[in-house]
Design a protein around this ligand. Structure first.
Ligand SMILES: *[C@@H]1O[C@H](CO)[C@@H](O)[C@H](O)[C@H]1NC(C)=O
Length: 477
């Protein structure tokens, strides 16, 4: 019975859809292409089927050619030029039959375009006959509309790179070889953190992308880049706030950041062969290798200065750490500010994808670490390291891999996901504060805190300083 009912229901829906669709398709008299004016076609003057414009209040022009028009039938008609997506560009141009010349006739001239939004769209031409028959040009021409000001992007890239280097220098300075050795001797937690960051998160991004962004490969790829990017210094700060295991956090960040340089090309190669086969990608492997070397050098420099100039280093890093923390917040603000245009690209699907990635990453990595018998604080730290998402690295990657318009269209994914992951941390922090859970109840962490103090007074100072500076910032907010 039930089955029959569903069958009838789906049939009904089908009929309704058909009823609505038919008048839409046949509302205008669809001419057989070629009947009125032969096999006419359009092209840009000078060949090529792409034209780049920038967003502007002024009218811009593209040079269009309508060619191979057969005027022998004697029927009256005119041509109209249209833009594929009126949200991106407006075109109003009418070409009368009398403006055509030659045999076979052609028209050549400028078509005014009012650009409105960046992105990709098309130009096509219709032939309207006086009896209301409409023919559409057999081919569409591509119109690329880019944003105008690119200067702040350059500034952004340089500042972000400089900051990243500074953070790694700082990490190198904080990294204690003894502590690193201690963690490496029991590498379970670090290994879990590595696997959740570089296996779980990318797989999640692929799965979530399939659910929400399957129609847009670029967005899917942007989500993937976001999941793959190492969390960076922000995760350490979150670990301090949420009373996680700070040592583990720093160790995981360092190892993940270093490993990312090997993992990134590996994943991208795998994906380009499997999922994103028809995405045009220009992965900057050379640039990636260059940044890898720079980061390793920065870490090494930090560690060396710590060994050879301990006094000076501790003094510098004491100020560098809160400075870095502030800078990383400034960097987020700057990224959001400069790329504010990207929020126009936000859709419900993108929001959902950006929401589910950090949340499911957090829950799953917490569950996995708990299953593998990590302490509560370690599990918390691992899930923070996994789910706090970085926006700078994926943005730089997108700008490298895509042409500027495609990059602009996808930037919203890392920005949204990173903001949501940050909001999630704030929510977790608030909940823990309200219920009084934000305490060091973990024996292990306590031990590592003691270790922290005995190993190095200066780290404790740094941690406290950054803690205080964040308190201040919070109260200002
Ligand atoms: C010509 O045809 C196009 C496409 O169907 C239509 O949008 C446009 O309104 C028509 N122009 C006139 C003047 O009827």
């Amino acid at each position: 019975m039930k089955q029959v009912a569903t069958l009838n229901c789906s049939r009904l829906i089908f009929m309704v859809v058909i009823c609505f669709a038919i008048p839409k398709c046949y509302g205008e008299v669809q001419g057989q292409y070629g009947e009125i004016a032969g096999a006419w076609d359009i092209t840009y003057q000078g060949g090529g089927n792409e034209q780049l414009l920038t967003i502007s209040k002024d009218i811009q022009y593209v040079n269009l050619v309508i060619l191979n028009v057969d005027l022998t039938s004697g029927e009256d008609f005119h041509f109209e030029v249209h833009a594929g997506d009126p949200k991106l560009a407006l075109i109003e141009k009418r070409i009368e039959r009398s403006e055509l010349a030659g045999a076979p006739a052609s028209w050549q001239g400028q078509v005014p375009v009012q650009t409105r939004h960046f992105g990709f769209t098309t130009i096509y031409v219709t032939l309207n006959s006086s009896d209301g028959v409409v023919e559409r040009s057999p081919s569409d021409l591509t119109l690329i509309i880019a944003r105008k000001d690119r200067l702040d992007e350059k500034i952004f890239t340089y500042t972000a790179s400089a900051l990243l280097l500074l953070m790694f220098l700082n990490l190198g300075g904080v990294l204690d070889l003894e502590r690193l050795k201690a963690i490496m001797l029991r590498p379970i937690a670090v290994t879990i953190g590595f696997c959740t960051s570089y296996i779980l998160m990318p797989l999640l991004a692929i799965a979530i992308g399939y659910c929400f962004l399957s129609k847009h490969q670029e967005l899917h790829l942007a989500l993937f880049f976001t999941a793959l990017s190492p969390s960076g210094g922000l995760a350490n700060i979150c670990a301090i706030f949420l009373k996680g295991n700070v040592n583990l956090s720093i160790a995981t960040t360092t190892i993940n950041s270093l490993m990312s340089l090997a993992i990134f090309p590996l994943w991208i190669l795998i994906l380009m062969r499997t999922i994103f086969t028809n995405t045009e990608l220009d992965v900057p492997f050379l640039d990636l290798a260059g940044s890898a070397t720079a980061l390793v050098c920065a870490i090494a420099l930090g560690m060396l200065s710590r060994v050879f100039l301990p006094k000076t280093t501790s003094l510098i890093f004491r100020f560098l750490k809160p400075f870095c923390a502030c800078l990383s917040l400034c960097l987020i603000a700057m990224t959001v500010g400069i790329n504010a245009f990207a929020f126009k690209e936000l859709t419900g699907m993108i929001f959902l994808a950006a929401l589910f990635l950090p949340i499911s990453g957090y829950i799953l990595s917490y569950g996995i670490s708990k299953l593998l018998r990590c302490s509560a604080a370690d599990a918390l730290t691992i899930s923070i390291e996994t789910s706090v998402l970085n926006m700078t690295v994926p943005i730089m990657l997108l700008q490298h891999c895509f042409d500027e318009v495609r990059a602009d269209m996808t930037l919203i994914v890392p920005i949204m996901a990173a903001l949501i992951s940050l909001a999630m941390m704030i929510v977790i922090y608030t909940i823990r504060r309200i219920f009084g859970w934000n305490k060091n109840i973990d024996g292990d962490v306590f031990a590592s805190k003691v270790e922290l103090v005995s190993f190095d007074e200066n780290i404790k100072a740094e941690v406290t300083v950054s803690h205080i500076s964040f308190r201040n910032e919070k109260s200002e907010l």
